[in-house]
Design a binder for this molecule. Structure first.
Ligand SMILES: [Cu+2]
Length: 266
C-alpha cells in the first residue's frame, strides 16, 4: 500500500513538473518540451521497450539536456571506419541525413544491416565507455559484434555497470580503474549504474563496423566511409523511436568511389 501511495505521489509530482515546464520552456508548440527531469521513476523500464511514446511523461530517465541554445550545428560526433576487411572489395560511401524532431534533444545512431560475404576485424584498441561526472561518455556507442569495450571510471567515487539486456553486472569499481566486456551478440544494450540511477547509455552491437552517432542538436547529417559496393540497408536507432521506426531499413546502393545519399525520416 505504501508503495502504491508513493507511486501516485511521484506520478503527480512528475505531472506537475511536466505541466509547469511545458508552459515555461517549450520554445514552440510543435517541439518536445524539456521538462528538465533527471530522476528515476517507479515505472522505469530498463529494457527501453516501453519508452516509445513522445509524450513527455512517458520518457522518464533521459540525461539532462542543455537548456540554452536551439541553433542547429552540423556535427557528426562519431564516424566509424571499418577495421581491415578480409577481402579487397571496391568501396564507396554513404552520405545521409536523419530527420526527426527529437534530434534536437537526443543523439541518434545509424548503422548498416549485415553485408553478405563480408567479414570485419574488431578494432585493435578497445572502444571506451567512460563514467565522468556521473554520466556515461559517450551516451551511444556503436560497435562491431565481437568487440570488447573498456568501461572506465573517471570519477573520485565508485560506479557500477550493469545491463538488463546483456544480463551482466561488471561490479563496482573506483576512480582510474576499468573493466572490460566482450559483446558476442548483436543488439541494443542499455548501460546502467546501480549506484546512480540517472546514469544511462546505450551500446549498439551490429554485424558491420559501419555506424555513425548523430549528436543531439546537430543537423542530422552523417557519413559512412569505405562501405563495400552494393545494396545496403541503413537503420536508425534512438531512445525516442518506436519499435516500428527502429525496425525500418532504408535501402541505399553504393557504387565504387561514389557517395550514395539517403534520407532517413523515421
Ligand atoms: Cu555510478
Amino acid at each position: 500500500m505504501k508503495t502504491k501511495l508513493l507511486f501516485i505521489t511521484v506520478s503527480l509530482l512528475a505531472a506537475t513538473i511536466t505541466i509547469f515546464s511545458s508552459c515555461s520552456t517549450s520554445p514552440s508548440t510543435d517541439e518536445p518540451a524539456d521538462h528538465g527531469m533527471d530522476m528515476q521513476m517507479s515505472s522505469f523500464d530498463p529494457s527501453g521497450k516501453n519508452i516509445v511514446s513522445e509524450s513527455t511523461d512517458a520518457v522518464l530517465y533521459r540525461q539532462p539536456l542543455p537548456s540554452a541554445g536551439w541553433e542547429v550545428q552540423p556535427k557528426v560526433l562519431y564516424s566509424k571506419r571499418p577495421g581491415a576487411t578480409k577481402d579487397d572489395k571496391p568501396t564507396g560511401s554513404i552520405s545521409g541525413v536523419v530527420k526527426h524532431r527529437w534530434l534536437r534533444r537526443v543523439p541518434y545512431v545509424v548503422y548498416l544491416d549485415p553485408i553478405d560475404d563480408a567479414e570485419f576485424d574488431v578494432p585493435e584498441d578497445n572502444p571506451l565507455m567512460d563514467q565522468k561526472q556521473s554520466t556515461f561518455v559517450p551516451k551511444i556507442l556503436p560497435i562491431l559484434v565481437g568487440t570488447t569495450v573498456d568501461f572506465h571510471n573517471d570519477d573520485p567515487f565508485t560506479h557500477n555497470v550493469f545491463s538488463p539486456e546483456g544480463e551482466y553486472d561488471l561490479g563496482n569499481w573506483g576512480q582510474g580503474q576499468q573493466k572490460e566486456y566482450e559483446f558476442k551478440e548483436t543488439g541494443i544494450y542499455t548501460q546502467l549504474c546501480r549506484l546512480h540511477p540517472q546514469m544511462i547509455a546505450y551500446i549498439i552491437v551490429s554485424e558491420t563496423p559501419f555506424a555513425a552517432v548523430i549528436e543531439a542538436g546537430s543537423d542530422g547529417s552523417f557519413a559512412l566511409e569505405d562501405v563495400p559496393v552494393g545494396r545496403h540497408g541503413v537503420r536508425v536507432w534512438s531512445e525516442r523511436l518506436t519499435e516500428e521506426q527502429i525496425g525500418k531499413s532504408y535501402t541505399v546502393t553504393v557504387r565504387e568511389n561514389q557517395a550514395a545519399s539517403v534520407t532517413i525520416e523515421p
